[in-house]
Structures are given as structure tokens and as C-alpha cells.
Write a new protein. Sequence first.
Length: 363
Amino acid sequence: MHVGMCSIFQNPNNAVSDQLVYSNEVQLAELAEPLGFQSIWTVEHHFTNYTMCPDPMQFLTYMAAKTKIVKLGSMVVVLPWHDPIRIAEQISMLDTLSNGRLILGLGRGAGRVEFDAFRQDMKDSRERFIESAECVLHGLENGVCEYKGKFVTQPKAAIRPLPSASFKGRTYAAAVSPESIEIMAKLRIGLLVIPQKPWEQVEKEIENYNKTYKKLNSEDPPAPLLAGWTICHKDKNTARKLAEKYVGGYWQTVLDHYNFNTNHLKNQKGYEYYGKFAENMKKTGVSGAIEFFMGLQTWGTPEQCLHQIEKNCSRIGAEAYIGVFSFAGMPFEIAQANIQLFATDVLPKLKAISITGNIDWAA
């Protein structure tokens, strides 16, 4: 199994300077390769302290210069917020500089504060994503972007530096709704699973995706990737307390960032699933939603973490686990101990496990 780590740059309540957040997150990312992790990932968000990485390609380019062999993954680039040809250029440039180490993650976004600031209507995000993805992926395969759609119009233009290798099999998307999952199959994009709904539901959606992908493309889909907010401690009681504080604290930032305490997603075109999630949260309350999210993540002793990851990857046929080890205002010393214990006691055993074997870039 491939094992990576992800930096998300949170600063809840603006408790410390943004500069300190960056310093700490970069230090942890620089530990990844020496500790044996096989990839470094980051996210894209804007304008708030929820996560402060507005340019994943820029951070990954920095990490490319600091490392030699680890893969570099975006979790994710939010296509509707960008000019497709500029993103295609940035992707190709990073992949060229890193000698083909980029794993491309794409998404369409769901934060109203971000869509509003970018002067975009959320109801158009799905169509914008599809058109942008088609334009970018075609350009990366052929070295030329050219597209005419409702939202994306791109006259023929070359991508330089020219892409040197195909992105087929190393492009993924964070798809939450069933509709998005079907779209990814049509686009020949793999799935990046960020746990936030019952595993039984995820299993059914993965099964539908696999069938749709094979029917449309006459080949097996790439194995999905699984991300997880991770707490590893030798004492199970301490691990539980840390999970309650930090995994629970992270989910509170999710509820706040996406305005799940309001009704704005209920009738928002393309976000009906999110609206249902907000409705369900009203039934369980914030504490119930946090407890549910905690139950989907990875925390406990090294043995418990290993068991949880292996079990959840087996559920969906995932061949890679991407751990988030620093979040919700976690002090650097705790985050450092967290990732180091995981790397010592869990990572080697995970790397020895094979779930499906269907992931070409993971070595």
C-alpha cells in the first residue's frame, strides 16, 4: 500500500500567526521523505483560516525542490476557480520540474465564501468543473488546449513545457455526491475518498463507479485513494482525548466553513447532497455530527490505527492512504510526535499490504 501525508495549514481562531502555521507545516512536510512516506499532499482553500493554502501547485513546487523521490499530490485543485489553461501550464511545469512526480487531484468546491469572492455562482460549478476538466485533461494528453463550451472557451494554444508523460491513471477527484462519482467515471478520473458518510454508502457508490467506469472505458478503474485525519498515540485513552479535541475540532471548522448550520445548500443546484447532510446534522446536533465524523477517521494506538486503515481500505479497494497529522490548532510538538510514531510503528506495516494492486504510480 502507498502511504502519504497531507499538509492543510489550519489556523482556527487565528490563535497564532499565519507565518508560524506555515513554518510548522513545512517542517512536518520536510519530515515525510526521511520518515518513509511516499507522497506529500496539500489542499486548496481561500480567504479564511479554515485552510490557508490558496495555491497547491506553488507549495508542491517548493516541496519538489526539498525532496528527491516522494510523489506530490493535490487534494485538490478546485477547477471552477481557475482559468483552465493556466492550471494546465502549472501542472505541466510542476511535473517537469519534479521529473514526473505529480499526482493530480481535482475538485469543484463547496465553500460559499470562496465562490462569492471569486464572483461565481455555485449553481454553475458542476458544469464549470466538467468543461474545465475536459479542457485541462485533453491539454495534458495532447500538449494543446482547445475548447468551446458554455463556460470555458479556449482558442488553440500549446502548453509549454510540453507534458512529458500521461496523467491517465494518476488523476483523481474528491467526489462526494453520487452524481459527481458518475461524472468522474465518464472523465476517466479516479476517486479520492475523504470519509464523511457511512461506509456502507461509500461502498455502494464505489461499486457503482467501478461498473460505470468499466462500461464506459472498457478497462478497470484505478484503485481509489483514502484520506484520513489521523491521531496515533501509544496510550489508547490519550489517543481518544486527542481525537476528541483535534479530530472533533477539525470537523467543527468544516461545519463553520461550509455553513452547514444554515439552509443555503438545501436548494442550491448541484449541492443537493450537501443540503441533505445539513438536514441530517440538525437531527443529530453538532455533537452527534462530530462523533460520527470521529468514527470515520483513524485514531488510537499504532495497532488500532493499522487495523482501522486496513479495514477501511479493504472496504473500498483503496491502495493508498493519505494521512493528515496536523490540524485544528494542534501544537507542533503533538503533531510531530503523532507523525513520527505513525511512521515508526504503522507505516512499514501498511506499505507491506496489498489490497488490489491496481495503482501504477504508487511505488
